[in-house]
Design a protein around this ligand. Structure first.
Ligand code: CA
Ligand code: CA
Length: 128
C-alpha cells in the first residue's frame, strides 16, 4: 500500500491521507493533526485505475479523487464526502494526460507500512 497524497476529504480544513493498495483498493485516513480520527476503505475502481490527483472538483470544499485509466487514459472522479464516495463520474479520455502525478510518499510511512505487513495502522509504528 502506498500513500498517494494529502487532501481534505471531509472539508474540516485538516489534510487527510489517501492510500492505494496493490489490488487497487483505495483507503483513507481522516486526520486530526497527527492523529487518525477515522479510517476506512473508500472503494476499489480496479488496478487499471491509478490516482491522478486529489482536488476539489465540485467546489464543496471536500477533496475528490481523480483517477486515470492506465490502459486507455480515461479519467474518472470519485466525489468524496469524508471516507464515502458521494457519487462518481466518468470525465472522458485523455491518453496524453500530463497532469500532476502523485508519486508515492516514499517516507517513513512506507517503511513502517512494509514492516507492519502492508496494512495501515491506527497508531504510528504498528500495533492497534
Ligand atoms: Ca479533513
Ligand atoms: Ca469536492
Amino acid at each position: 500500500m502506498v500513500a498517494h497524497g494529502i487532501a481534505d476529504l471531509d472539508g474540516d480544513g485538516k489534510g487527510d491521507v489517501v492510500w492505494r493498495g496493490t489490488d487497487g483498493t483505495i483507503y483513507g485516513w481522516l486526520m486530526n493533526g497527527g492523529t487518525i480520527a477515522s479510517q476506512g476503505v473508500i472503494g476499489n475502481p480496479g488496478t487499471q485505475w491509478v490516482i491522478a490527483d486529489l482536488a476539489d472538483m465540485d467546489g464543496d470544499s471536500k477533496a475528490d479523487i481523480v483517477f486515470r485509466n492506465v490502459n486507455d487514459g480515461g479519467i474518472y472522479v470519485y466525489f468524496m464526502n469524508g471516507l464515502a464516495m458521494a457519487s462518481g463520474g466518468f470525465v472522458g479520455s485523455s491518453i496524453r494526460w500530463r497532469g500532476p502525478s502523485r508519486g508515492p510518499l516514499t517516507s517513513a510511512a512506507t517503511a513502517r507500512r512494509t514492516s507492519c505487513g502492508g496494512t495501515p495502522r491506527a497508531t504510528p509504528g504498528c500495533g492497534s
